[in-house]
Design a protein around this ligand. Structure first.
Ligand SMILES: C[S@@+](CC[C@H](N)C(=O)[O-])C[C@H]1O[C@@H](n2cnc3c(N)ncnc32)[C@H](O)[C@@H]1O
Length: 388
């Protein structure tokens, strides 16, 4: 279905559907400055996430399918790429995700205050008030840090939560681990906390100094301090939103079980106090089970039909999935399901993904994260509309 770049639309399609599909087919996010991975506001780079979409890609989908003032929902918002870009483009953004780490980063992007306020909070924080590491912090977490650094991280985290310093908490999680001196851990992967072997010696890093640098870097690109954007931690199978209250949905849902949003974020989740059984529970709550995926996406589709106004766009970015010697076109599966629910197909565009960007993450054991290159070559942009 999605192999053609263009599909027949139903008889009642609107004139502007053609113009919209023509613009999406021209893939403007692959051209000029938009091609750059780091295009856009520095807030987008607050922290990493597996499966994050490019800000320029989000920008063009929002620009093509929505207007100023529209309420734009991303029901699988991850670290908030779509809500942030929608907000920067004067839409009313709503993001929903069930993963607490993703929600913390998304919320950080909407906690807008003058930089001096954040810096003063940091300068006032008394990081020497305790240098104890709480007993329940797992030993595998402690392996990543010098003890004083970890004690400062945990103390600052508690103070930030107490004082609703969402932006600073996002900064802290953003620099929690990585491969350069500005990160707080031993040298690890930035997105996934691969521990090198042999394990390097951990160095002390002043967490407050590193946070001040991170906050200043983030504020280098301007953004409005006033925002109507909202991030909700919830399950998209049961959206806490009113009927007929949303003007457009733009989202990249999970594709079957391709990515594990818990294992890949296990260290950052642990620094939020979520480890052991809590991580296991989160893994079962998130939609990342191949055998239940279709039924769960059907429930989400029913919810999207309920909250979307009539004639609204629902744009879903869905990758092909490979495994056990066969390929699955997620977009075809979802199209079949959603047309049965009453959505109308506007079109489907294949977006070729460069090979270096097609990492699939595989896991084994407590600390056995490893990755390999997948054969997925395309994301499919499925453009649907609710009935008129
Ligand atoms: C492909 S990622 C989205 C990435 C996002 N577009 C970004 O740029 O960061 C899919 C997201 O779906 C979330 N998710 C999985 N099951 C969910 C559910 N039942 N309800 C809400 N979110 C869920 C995962 O936590 C993950 O963040």
């Amino acid at each position: 279905m999605c192999s053609q770049t263009r599909l027949q639309t139903s008889a009642n399609s609107k004139m502007d559907d053609d113009a919209i599909m023509a613009l999406i087919e021209s893939r403007p996010w692959t051209q000029g400055l938009y091609r750059k991975q780091n295009w856009g506001n520095n807030l987008h780079s607050l922290a990493p996430y597996v499966g994050r979409i490019k800000p320029a890609f989000a920008h063009w989908l929002i620009r093509t399918c929505t207007s100023r003032g529209d309420k734009v929902l991303d029901p699988f918002c991850g670290i908030g790429t779509v809500p942030l870009e929608a907000d920067l483009m004067s839409r009313r953004a709503v993001g929903v995700d069930l993963n607490p780490y993703a929600v913390a980063i998304s919320r950080a992007k909407f906690d807008r205050r003058p930089i001096e306020e954040a810096l003063n909070w940091l300068r006032r924080a008394d990081v020497n008030s305790t240098l104890e590491i709480p007993e329940d912090v797992p030993s595998w977490v402690q392996e990543y840090y010098d003890p004083k650094t970890l004690a400062e991280i945990l103390l600052l985290r508690d103070l930030m939560i107490e004082d609703d310093q969402h932006f600073l908490l996002g900064c802290l999680l953003g620099i929690a681990h990585g491969h350069r001196p500005q990160y707080l851990s031993v040298r690890t992967g930035y997105i996934i906390p691969y521990m090198p072997s042999p394990k390097p010696e951990a160095q002390y890093r002043s967490v407050v100094d590193a946070l001040i640098r991170k906050a200043k870097r983030t504020y280098r690109t301007p953004f409005a301090l006033k925002t109507s954007g909202k991030i909700i931690q919830a399950d998209s199978r049961k959206l806490p939103l009113e009927d007929d209250s949303v003007d457009a949905v733009i989202s990249s849902p999970p594709y079957f079980d391709t990515l594990d949003y818990v294992s890949s974020n296990k260290l950052r989740l642990a620094l939020m106090g979520i480890y052991g059984e809590d991580q296991e529970k989160l893994r079962t709550d998130l939609m990342q089970n191949r055998s239940t995926y279709i039924r769960q996406m059907e429930t989400v589709g029913t919810e999207l039909l309920r909250v979307l106004r009539r004639g609204s766009f629902c744009v879903l970015v869905l990758g092909d999935v490979h495994g056990s010697g066969r390929s699955l076109r997620t977009a075809d599966e979802i199209f079949g399901l959603y047309s049965d629910l009453g959505f109308r197909l506007v079109g489907c565009v294949a977006d070729e993904i460069p090979p270096e960007k097609t990492t699939i993450v595989k896991f084994n054991g407590e600390d056995g994260i490893r990755s390999r290159q997948s054969r997925r070559k395309y994301d499919r942009i499925l453009v649907l509309r609710t009935p008129d």
